[in-house]
Design a protein around this ligand. Structure first.
Ligand SMILES: Cc1ncc(COP(=O)(O)O)c(C=O)c1O
Length: 420
C-alpha cells in the first residue's frame, strides 16, 4: 500500500477518525510502578530529600532534625569557607548576578580568566578552559576531540557525562572492563594503528570509591599512541601532594593529555573545567558546542571557585585529616559487619553494599531517622546491579562525628537486620 492510499479518506465515511494519542511516557511505566510500590510501603523517597537549612559542610536540618551530612561531595569543606564566601559577595556586588551570555560572546569577564589562571597554577599546566558544569566539560571535550574515524576507549564504569560525551560525538566507542589494564591493552591493540585514539579514565570511580591504576593505564595508552583524558572529579583537592588528583599521586600527571574536573565537589561551588599542556586547547573554545552554546558561570561563582582553588593548593593538613576520617570509617564499618565495596579506604567515598533495593532504602531511612544523611544509589547509576549506601567524607568531619556516624550505622544496621 502506498503512503497516499494509507492516508486517503473518503468524506462519505464521515469525519476522519482521530489518530491514536501518543503516550511518550509509556516507556517509563515499569520504573514508575517499581517506584510507587516502594513508596507504598511507607518508606521515604531517597531521591526527594530537601535540606531545609544547611549549617556547615557537615550539618543540616532535614524535616526539623539536625542531621550529619555524609552524602555530599563537599570533600574539602569549602562551601562555608569565609574567604570563599567573601569573594562571592564582592563579585556579586561588583559584577551583578549573571553574565547573560556565552563564554565566546559577552560571557567572559575578568573573573572567568582569573579562575582559569588559578586552575593553571593549581595543576601547573599551560591551558585551562572553564565550562558551566563538569558534565558540560566532559560532553564538550570528548565530543569535540574525538570525531568521525577516531576511537574513544573508555572504562565500562565511566560516569554518565563521559558516555554522553561519546553519544554527542561521531567517534567509534570501545569499552574495556572496569580498571582492567590487560583489557585496555587488548582492545587498543585491535584498533587501526593510524586511527586517532582517546583513552578516557577516571581517577576515583564515584559509585564504589575505588581508584584507577592510572600509572599502568596511561603507560599502556602511550604505548599504543593514544591520547589520554582523566576525569579527576572525585580526586581533586584530596589526592597527591598538591591535591591535583590520582594522576599526581601515582606520578603520571605529566603524561596525561587532558584533565577534566568540576567545581561541584572539593571546590565547593558549581562549574567544570579542562586543563592541558596542549596549546590547541585554546582553539577548542571556538568549536566546542557545550562551551559555545550555553551561558557562562555567574561572576560570583567563578570568584568563589578561584578563591577556593587557590586555598586548596595549601590544604595539606585538611587532606591528611580527610584520609584519617576515611580510614577510620572504613575500618569501623567493616568491624560492624557491613560489606564494603573496597578492601581498604581508597578514597573519601566508602560504599556500603546491600543485597536489594528494599533493604537499601530501609537502612537509608533508619540512618536518616538517627540523624545521618547518606546517598542511596541503585542501578543504572551503580555497576553490576548493586544497591548501595554511599558515604562521602569531608575534611570538616571531626573525629568525634565519625564515631557518632559509626554508632548510628550500628543502631540502624541492627534495627533493619542488615548486620547482627
Ligand atoms: C566523574 C564525574 N565526572 C563529572 C561529573 C559532573 O560534574 P558536575 O556536577 O560539575 O556536572 C561528575 C558529577 O557527579 C562525576 O562524578
Amino acid at each position: 500500500m502506498t503512503e497516499a492510499a494509507a492516508t486517503a479518506h473518503d468524506p462519505a465515511e464521515g469525519p476522519r477518525p482521530a489518530p491514536p494519542k501518543s503516550d511518550l511516557f509509556a516507556k517509563f511505566a515499569p520504573l514508575m510502578a517499581e517506584r510507587q510500590a516502594l513508596l507504598d510501603t511507607g518508606l521515604r523517597d531517597p531521591f526527594a530529600i530537601v535540606m531545609d537549612e544547611v549549617h556547615s559542610p557537615t550539618l543540616a536540618t532535614i524535616r526539623g532534625k539536625q542531621t550529619i551530612l555524609l552524602g555530599t561531595y563537599n570533600y574539602m569543606g569549602m562551601t562555608f569557607d569565609p574567604d570563599v564566601i567573601d569573594a562571592g559577595k564582592d563579585a556579586l556586588d561588583a559584577f551583578g548576578a549573571g553574565t547573560t551570555g556565552s563564554r565566546v560572546l559577552n560571557g567572559t569577564y575578568q573573573g572567568h580568566k582569573a579562575c582559569e589562571e588559578a586552575l593553571k597554577e593549581f595543576y601547573a599546566m599551560d591551558h585551562a578552559m572553564v565550562f558551566s558544569t563538569g558534565y558540560l566539560a566532559n560532553l564538550g571535550i570528548i565530543s569535540t576531540l574525538a570525531g568521525k574515524g577516531d576511537y574513544i576507549i573508555l572504562d565500562a564504569d565511566s560516569h554518565a557525562s563521559i558516555y554522553d560525551g561519546c553519544a554527542l560525538g561521531n567517534a567509534e566507542v570501545v569499552r574495556f572492563r572496569h580498571n582492567r589494564v590487560d583489557d585496555l591493552d587488548k582492545r587498543l591493540a585491535r584498533l587501526p594503528p593510524e586511527a586517532g585514539k582517546l583513552v578516557v579514565l577516571e581517577g576515583v570511580y564515584s559509585m564504589l570509591g575505588d581508584i584507577a591504576p592510572l600509572d599502568e593505564m596511561v603507560a599502556v595508552a602511550k604505548r599504543h599512541g593514544a591520547m589520554t583524558l582523566v576525569d579527576e572529579a572525585h580526586a581533586m583537592g584530596f589526592f597527591g601532594e598538591h591535591g591535583r588528583g590520582v594522576a599526581e599521586a601515582q606520578g603520571v600527571i605529566d603524561d596525561v593529555d587532558f584533565i577534566i574536573g568540576t567545581f561541584s565537589k572539593s571546590v565547593g561551588t558549581v562549574g567544570g573545567f579542562c586543563v592541558s599542556n596542549h596549546e590547541e586547547l585554546e582553539f577548542l573554545r571556538l568549536v566546542c558546542r557545550p562551551y559555545v552554546f550555553t551561558a557562562s558561570l555567574p561572576p560570583s561563582v567563578v570568584a568563589t571557585a578561584a578563591t577556593s582553588i587557590r586555598k586548596l593548593m595549601h590544604s595539606g593538613n585538611k587532606r591528611a585529616h580527610l584520609w584519617e576520617n576515611s580510614k577510620r570509617l572504613h575500618q569501623g564499618l567493616r568491624d560492624l559487619g557491613f560489606t564494603l565495596a573496597t578492601g581498604t579506604a581508597e578514597s573519601a567515598i566508602i560504599a556500603v553494599l546491600l543485597p536489594d533495593q528494599e533493604r537499601a532504602v530501609m537502612m537509608w531511612q533508619a540512618l536518616l531517622d538517627e540523624g545521618l544523611y547518606v546517598n542511596m544509589a541503585r542501578p543504572p547509576a551503580t555497576p553490576a546491579g548493586t544497591y548501595l549506601l554511599r558515604c562521602s567524607l569531608c575534611a570538616d568531619h571531626s573525629a568525634e562525628q565519625v564515631e557518632r556516624i559509626l554508632a548510628m550505622f550500628a543502631a540502624a544496621g541492627r534495627a533493619t537486620s542488615c548486620i547482627e
